[in-house]
Design a protein around this ligand. Sequence first.
Ligand code: G3I
Length: 422
Amino acid sequence: MRQWLVLGLLAIASGLIHWLCSGGAQTMAATTSATKLDASIRRLRTGDLVIRVVDSQQQPVAGATVTLEQTAHDFDFGTALSTQMFRPNVAAHEQAQYLQIAKQWFNASVHEDALKWYSTEPEQGQVSYADADRILAWSEANGLKMRGHTLFWAVEKWNQPWVRALSPQELRQAVERRTTEICHRYRGKISEYDVLNELLHGDFYQQRLGEGIVDQIFQWCRDADPTARLYVNDYDVLNGKLLDAYVHQIRSLLDRGVPVGGIGVQAHVREPMTAAQIQHCLDTLAQFRLPIKITELGVVAATEAEQARILKDLYTVAFAHPAVTGILMWGFWAGANWEPAAAIFKHNFEPTLAARTYQDLVFNQWWTKVNGKTNSSGVVAAQAFFGRYQVTVRAGNHSTIRTVSLTPQSPMPQVVTITLPF
Ligand code: G3I
């Protein structure tokens, strides 16, 4: 009976305390609850976190000060990382600023070019993963979860001359070797791959090896690393031009039993785009009940304000969509960007309005910071964004700090009990 009483009190406390002290949420509630997108974000991306403070006799400690500070998002807010910025010959001051932004503004990463076949094996037999490994090691050391781009590129011009010159048999052998080599090499380090990039825009491998090579490449990936999530990845999808074709292609692959585990939507935006368009695209692709990632976000617009508006719509609609598990920018700095106009930091590293918009969304509106005092049950509770937290509890001259993770898989409410030594 006592257990139920405590849980009942916790539930009441959770509602009451949340209203009192989840300042970030209240701010967001006051300014954005009018839209269903923000209601969806709160429903999908937050959970009930209850901090319960007890003494050494397991009795509740009322009036303790609890500070809940988010230190990372659970959701992937990532960026592509430029090969040149990790090379020894890069300007040291630019590299320092670039890496500082990468680790402070993002929690996920992808090789922009370093893992492509033309990068790892420019000449037949001359294989080097040095660039790819260097970028992966930096990502791991700085808490950025890395995705793999791309095992193969279906568009002929992005395949090296020696690959294009291979006989069908030699090409099949080379493709199997690369697939197995990479999936073995990065097993447990890279959790997902764009397996055959831009299949809507090229059929280089099918032309030479038959339609079945697509199924075979996915199978070789699956055999080499059953833990990896295998993505298709394409463009002209968000703007609707090839959305139906993408649906048809994914349906065909899945019907053939190809182990497609995720859908990549590149999002290189160069024309005005509305939130409704983005919503329609994601709703349409959600029919497959597979994770969707915005894999290569870049917005080019007539003005900084328009770029910021489209970026805000993209991030808000995607973050509010239950099928979306991550959003990666295709680079962030104009000095290392295939499309400098899309970068959110100018050549002098000055942030654009789009950068400020991203920062406000990801590190303010969608970010939890709570200061409260425990009630008579020793509880402070908050509706908190999924992610990692540093919890600091102060009572009298005692202070204790704990790291806590709140994830969508956590049982709700997630109760964290902190015992003070008195
Ligand atoms: O590494 C060589 C360097 O040694 C050489 O000195 C230099 C001069 O030619 O070229 C360097 O290679 C360049 C490579 O990027 C690495 O920086 C290639 O020329 C250049 O064509 C290549 O461009 C990349 C492009 O894909 C083609 O692979 C862009 O950086 C990259 O942002 C872009 O990314 C693609 C995605 O992979 C797929 N979706 C579309 C997206 C934009 O095109």
